[in-house]
Write a protein that binds this ligand. Structure first.
Ligand code: NAD
Ligand code: UGA
Length: 445
């Protein structure tokens, strides 16, 4: 982060929503030298943040929030209005969950716009950073009803777990605006990042965000489909990925086979992309296929668990003990939203299995939404407890500590001859077998 040169022209900025995107945006913009008011509707969250406590797991974020609270450049307030009072640029970073029809639900965006409309300064800039369908810049303009305020699109490409790094070192910043001066004003806010800035029209910016997520999901679905093929023909997906990834036109990134992609964005954004295309008369069959492969990959992981314990599809798993390591949708985050691991454990619990699970970011006695998602799962304090007495152990999230587990100790607590179903290809199959366990990975011989 030392390569960031603070802005010589600080602005007073507002951020609406202090979640993964809003909190990262607010903290990092303060780190760039701007004065930032970050607002949320969740009073507990605001109180916590004022004390410098971070409600999410995100590497490096705590340090920046604490430093910028101390510098006086970052403050937290309750209610969207506070972010728009006396600020020059207001970033909307509220959720856009999947609606009943598969498209993005804009109710939080509309509510936030309604709340800030009466207090926005004349000449202010409103920035749509949430992931929103084509046409949403106009939706915000219509809600605001403020001719003296410009609205621009500015999709965010950060990943959870590396959000701070991604925000401060973006491959590009995309700004969608029909008003060039408004786009350039926002570009000035990002100037200290010294990143390439692409200013386009709003529809292109909004499409870029969905196309980027759709393309990345497509790469993963492709490699997951190849992993199924490797299992059928007796090939090794590790070698196939090495062989195709070394072609510079293909590249190695986003070609890790796994239990299917999940998280708060790919699942909803891939469906929203299909819906946006359909709304404009295009049947995006390719994207539908990408989603189908993902659903199939998740089912394949459950089938591997069943195969490991010799219980066929459709039969009850009553009396079967399954140990699960990892519940988050990927390593480095505490986010369980649309996690393939959670889908899998829910399916196993519904079939009657006894599931004992460990995740470094999930408490043994979770409360609220986490407790609901994990109903019926016994949460354990460490990997060995989750494995104790199990007939099959599933590696569901690629937490680095799982790669370093003492396999002999694991074999000592599992039922003798148990299988390890490694949905992340994290372990060395030979080492697992040497410990007296069976091994099944993804696309591995
Ligand atoms: P989140 O659920 O973590 O955070 C959203 C926050 O907004 C919550 O704290 C909520 O209380 C607050 N909020 C809701 N309505 C509000 C209002 N009217 N006023 C003030 N605060 C309000 O969501 P997120 O993961 O940060 O995602 C936000 C948007 O960014 C979504 O559109 C998402 O698709 C997009 N996005 C997310 C990521 C990611 O990695 N999570 C990356 C890129 C883009
Ligand atoms: C993703 C995108 O990478 C971000 O650019 C984007 O901003 C964000 O969505 C968003 O719009 O919210 P994120 O969901 O945080 O970021 O996580 P990723 O690292 O992209 O992983 C998504 C899913 O794909 C995870 O389930 C992960 O395990 C899986 N994955 C990823 C694979 O199975 N294989 C891979 O090679 C890479």
């Amino acid at each position: 982060m030392s390569d960031i040169v603070p802005t010589p022209t600080p602005s007073r900025l507002g951020v609406v929503g202090a979640g993964y995107v809003g909190l990262t945006t607010g903290a990092c913009l303060a780190h760039l030298g701007h004065e930032v008011v970050c607002a949320d509707v969740d009073a507990d969250r605001v109180e916590q943040l004022r004390r410098g406590q971070i409600p999410i797991v995100e590497e490096g974020l705590s340090e920046i929030v604490v430093a910028e609270l101390a510098s006086g450049r970052l403050s937290f307030e309750l209610g969207a209005e506070a972010a728009a009072t006396d600020t020059d640029v207001v970033f909307l970073c509220v959720p856009t969950p999947q609606g009943a029809d598969g498209g993005a639900d804009l109710r939080y965006i509309e509510a936030a716009a309604t709340q800030i409309a009466p207090v926005l300064k004349p000449g202010a800039l409103v920035v749509n950073k949430s992931t929103v369908p084509v046409g949403s810049t106009k939706v915000v303009e219509d809600v605001l009803q403020r001719n003296d305020v410009a609205v621009v699109s500015n999709p965010e490409f950060l990943r959870e777990g590396t959000a701070v790094h991604d925000f401060l070192h973006p491959d590009r910043v995309v700004i969608g605006s029909d008003d060039r001066a408004a786009g350039e004003r926002l570009a000035d806010v990002y100037a200290p990042l010294q990143a390439p800035i692409l200013i386009t029209d709003p529809a292109s910016a909004e499409t870029i965000k969905y196309a980027a997520n759709g393309f990345l999901a497509m790469k993963i679905s492709f490699v997951n489909a190849i992993s199924a093929m490797c299992e059928a023909v007796g090939a090794s997906v590790d070698d196939v990925v090495e062989g195709i990834g070394s072609d510079a036109r293909i590249g190695r990134s986003f070609l890790r086979p796994g239990p299917g992609w999940g998280g708060s964005c790919f699942p909803k954004d891939s469906k929203a992309l299909v819906k946006i295309a359909a709304d404009y008369g295009y049947d995006f069959t390719m994207m539908k296929g990408v989603i189908d492969v993902n659903e199939e990959q998740k089912r394949r992981m459950v089938a591997k668990v069943r195969e490991a314990v010799g219980v066929g599809p459709g039969l009850r798993l009553t009396g079967t003990k399954v140990g699960v390591l990892g519940l988050t949708f990927k390593a480095g985050t505490d986010d369980l939203r649309d996690s393939p691991s959670v889908t899998m454990v829910q399916s196993l619990v519904a079939a009657g299995a006894t599931v004992r699970a460990f995740d470094p970011t999930v408490e043994v006695a979770p409360t609220g939404p986490k407790a609901q998602l994990l109903a019926g799962v016994e949460l354990c304090a460490d990997p060995l407890s989750a494995a104790t007495g199990a007939a099959v152990l599933v590696i569901a999230t690629e937490w680095p500590e799982f790669a370093k587990l003492d396999l002999d100790a694991l074999a000592g607590v599992l039922v003798p001859g148990s299988a390890v179903v490694d949905t992340r290809n994290l372990l060395d199959p030979a080492a697992v077998r040497a410990a007296g366990l069976r091994y099944d990975g993804v696309g591995r011989r």
